[in-house]
Design a protein around this ligand. Structure first.
Ligand code: HAM
Length: 418
């Protein structure tokens, strides 16, 4: 009978058969991060609400509508982290990391929370893997982090991936453009959705992201920031492109690309996957040269990205893997259970995965269970006191001894792996 309790809306349980794929995604990412000299950082799951209001931006959907915010017993306003970049910049400042050799290269992974309308690929608790390179304004840093996500998705053989690249210019240079964009929006105010109209003054760039048909029509003729880049911004963007070209990373320039968080400056990018539905972005990020200053620190250029583990898994086809054991130890008579347990202990100590029956199954039932768990070798204490070894792959069934069973099982595993 189903329990009357269910996981909260927008959340999910990761069941054992789904864990192996997630582990593989994480292990692949960790190896790539490690090879590139990025070090792991872990920040709290919750932070002071103000960090996200200042860092992510009060005009963003994330801060306006999607945060899980509550008052703690001390009357402080606390928010479950909706993203990882602002917390990492907070930690960078709090621990004086500006005194370390720059850039400080960090990676992270874990759960994040946004109160969004749930749909395929969009959850209220989801998991990100991300990197941040803090303290370098070199376009090579942009290219390095982009190359890492590119490598991750290629190594995992995620199908149908495309990289979109854009630039928002630096904060100062953007002001003139934003005025031009606002004028365009005001001139077409009646054709815009209510949401976009309300935010002409505070967040005009978001109009590029609207699904509303009227708004899309207006944006088709809107001035783009990429078309207006000049001076050092233009040079920086060109340099990022030439590093990507040199690395053989394919991309398309998307003049209308914008992102949902306010801290971005200059380079922004998005890896999309046509295997995913409406939530087609697997991962993305960009430069955020003004964020650390916004949080009260010195001007510090930085660049990074985050990717959603659930979206990578969805794009890979949500494989269900069956775990397997190296050895199953069966016993014909109950009085051999202790011997079975002792043999299992020795097998495990030798580095093999091994199990024995804990459910009072008949010998036939135990052999069936050995198949169910995908055991490579089945060792059976027979009724006559002998130990039988059954190699499930080759079909060999021979009598063996306690003295040699562990070595033989190790050999069977090595043969299987070769
Ligand atoms: P973001 O674009 O908000 O960026 O999220 C990054 C990724 O997290 C998305 O591409 C998507 O794969 C995943 N994601 C976001 N929201 C959800 C959701 N509700 N359900 C499932 N997956 C989701 C950031 O969070 C920035 N901190 C990235 C960054 C790092 N920029 C610079 N450094």
């Amino acid at each position: 009978m189903a329990s009357k309790y269910q996981a909260p809306r927008g959340t999910f349980d990761v069941l054992p058969q789904a864990v192996l794929l997630r582990d593989e995604i994480e292990a692949t990412a960790l190896a790539i991060f490690g090879r590139a000299g990025y070090e792991r950082i872990a920040t709290p799951i919750f932070e002071d609400t103000e960090l996200f209001e200042r860092g992510v931006g009060r005009s963003t959907d994330v801060v306006r509508k999607e945060m899980f915010t509550f008052e703690d017993k001390g009357g402080r306003s606390i928010t479950l982290r909706p993203e990882g970049t602002a917390p990492i910049c907070r930690a960078y400042l709090e621990h004086g990391m500006q005194k370390l050799a720059q850039p400080v290269k960090l990676f992270y992974g874990g759960p994040f929370f946004r109160h969004e309308r749930p749909q395929a690929g969009r959850y209220r608790q989801f998991h990100q893997l991300g990197v941040e390179a803090i303290g370098s304004d070199s376009p090579a840093a942009d290219a390095e982090v982009i190359a890492m996500l590119d490598e991750l998705l290629k190594e995992l053989k995620v199908p149908g991936v495309a990289l979109r690249l854009g630039s928002l210019g630096s904060l100062g240079a953007r002001t003139a453009y934003l005025e031009e964009l606002k004028a365009h929006l005001r001139a077409h105010e009646t054709e815009l959705s209510e949401d976009v109209r309300e935010r002409i003054e505070i967040n005009p760039l978001r109009a590029f992201d609207s699904d509303d048909e009227g708004t899309r029509g207006v944006m088709a003729t809107a001035p783009t920031i990429v078309g207006r880049l000049e001076g050092e911004d233009l040079e920086h963007f060109r340099a990022v492109r030439s590093y990507l070209d040199a690395a053989g990373i394919e991309y398309s320039i998307d003049e209308t690309l914008v992102r949902g968080l306010d801290y971005y400056t200059r380079t922004i990018f998005s890896f999309v996957c046509d295997e995913l539905g409406a939530q087609s972005e697997i991962g993305g990020g960009g430069r955020y040269d003004g964020l650390i200053e916004q949080l009260g620190g010195p001007a510090t250029p930085a660049v990074g990205w985050a990717a959603g583990i659930e979206r990578i898994a969805l794009a890979m086809g949500e494989r269900e893997d069956a775990a397997h054991r190296d050895v199953f130890v069966a016993y014909a008579e109950d009085d051999r259970q202790m011997d079975a347990m002792e043999l299992v202990r020795k097998l495990r100590q030798a580095g093999l995965s091994a199990e024995f029956d804990l459910a009072g199954r008949s010998l036939k039932g135990q052999h069936k269970h050995a198949d169910r768990v995908g055991a490579l070798v089945v060792l059976t204490f027979d009724a006559d006191g002998t130990l039988q070894r059954w190699n499930k792959r080759s079909g060999d069934r021979v009598e063996t001894s306690l003295a040699s069973a562990v070595d033989e099982a190790l050999r069977a595993k090595a043969e299987e792996a070769s």
